[in-house]
Design a protein around this ligand. Structure first.
Ligand code: SF4
Length: 422
């Protein structure tokens, strides 16, 4: 009888990819995916250490599994959280970090963790099970050491994967469901492999997979190059979406964060992107509550949000993370930080509502990803600028691309009817 495994994922798209690698490795070793934690012999919690909130959720879920854990079941902690937790709870058998997944089947047999210096977290030689969106990390780690960020300590120094191995892996992992490729990196713009930079790599991927949409995440404002935006303008399959984390509108804060750009530089990139690709959606990450953030700094962030009118923003309260520089500074008052976060969210919601209204009666190309959980005959998809769209139709199928006319806007939700399959 096959042993069964269950993987729970908490974190970003990099964690999603990690879980796909873990699942693919275990399936290739004859393990079977369980439909619930209860029926699994091996429980894997793949968690993220980047924000305190995400870490608490993953560890909380792991604790909740104590009730199904018995002597016959194995509990494993994975993801960058495996590098962050110093002392494992007793009910956890071992931890496996992102550079060690290759050894996971052996570690399960030996029931122990292993630190192998030969492993490097490059899984481009592995066939990974993928869905409609094929996740493809182009690099690992980060060299930027922003003062608040744990990533360089958890995922190590930046290393770009070769274009050949990356394209090879995409081909190997291709299946009938894949409709788009998401190239991922902590900072895709600093990709460099023997003279091949990110724009060059993108052109290679677009050339090789002409029938698929291509997206990428995350861009760093200090490294982004205008030729990337020009490529977006030239190539319809390259989605017109730029996720560009601002973090703060105050140059004083940006300097303390060690972000290596000014607000003026950031604004010039957004203005240029919108000039060259008018349909581009610009999304961002913004933080509040970093040590020493004053009312004046916060006002500048709010001003930046009003001026730049992001299509969407991930807004969060700073939390002190292990190893980082800013954890040693005097921390911002929690009530003040939470109040600022609420103000930011309210402002962004207002902007998003106005942007959603401007989409009324426009036609967009939607890639249908899933049936909506809320209503029958409704499907969830994304347009070429990565906007979420609810498609009302009984005739669409997952993975299909349709021209959709937006005929209803509720708050920030866009809904439309299909006109035709593309
Ligand atoms: S660029 Fe900065 S915030 Fe982003 S992963 Fe690297 S260190 Fe963290």
């Amino acid at each position: 009888m096959k042993h069964k495994f269950f993987v729970a994922t908490y974190g970003c798209q990099m964690n999603d990819y990690d879980s796909k690698v873990i699942e693919s490795l275990l399936v290739s070793e004859n393990y079977e995916k369980a439909s619930s934690a209860e029926e699994a012999d091996i429980l894997v919690v793949n968690g993220c250490a980047v924000r305190e909130h995400a870490e608490k959720r993953a560890l909380g879920f792991m604790s909740s599994l104590k009730k199904v854990k018995n002597r016959k079941k194995m509990m494993i902690l994975a993801g960058c959280l495996a590098n962050s937790v110093r002392i494992l709870p007793k009910f956890v058998d071992f931890a496996v970090s992102p550079t060690e997944y290759r050894f996971l089947p052996d570690l399960i047999k030996e029931k122990r963790s292993k630190r192998d210096l030969e492993s490097n977290g490059d899984y481009t030689s592995i066939k990974v099970n993928q869905g409609i969106t094929l996740l493809a990390p182009i690099s690992k780690g980060c060299n930027n050491f922003c003062s608040y960020c744990i990533v360089p300590f958890m995922r190590g120094r930046e290393e770009s994967f070769s274009p050949e191995s990356l394209i090879g892996q995409i081909k190997m992992s291709m299946n009938g469901s894949v409709r788009e490729i998401l190239l991922m990196g902590q900072n895709v713009n600093s990709y460099m492999y023997r003279g091949v930079d990110f724009t060059h790599l993108l052109s290679m991927v677009l050339d090789e997979f002409k029938s698929l949409r291509v997206r990428f995440i995350t861009s760093h404002p200090k490294d982004i190059h205008i030729k990337l935006i020009e490529l977006m303008a030239e190539n319809k399959n390259l989605c017109s979406h730029l996720h560009l984390p601002l973090q703060s509108g105050s140059n004083r804060m940006l300097e303390m964060m060690h972000r290596q750009y000014t607000y003026e530089k950031f604004k010039s990139i957004v203005d240029e992107a919108r000039r060259i690709v008018p349909s581009v959606c610009v999304t961002t990450d913004i933080m509040t509550g970093l040590p020493y953030e004053s009312d004046e700094d916060f006002k500048k962030t709010m001003h930046a949000m009003e001026e730049l009118r992001f299509d969407d923003a991930f807004m969060y309260r700073y939390s002190a993370r292990r190893f980082t520089m800013s954890r040693y500074l005097e921390q911002c008052d929690e009530t003040i930080a939470l109040g600022r976060l609420k103000e930011m969210i309210d402002l962004q919601l207002k902007i998003r509502r106005e942007k959603a209204q401007s989409m009324l009666n426009r036609s967009v190309e939607v890639l249908v990803e899933n049936r909506s959980a809320r209503a029958e005959n409704e499907y969830f998809g994304r347009d070429l600028s990565n906007r979420s769209v609810i498609v009302k139709s009984g005739r669409v199928k997952r993975g299909g691309v349709y021209r959709v006319k937006i005929n209803e806007v509720r708050g920030i939700t866009l809904k439309g009817e299909t006109a035709e399959e593309i």
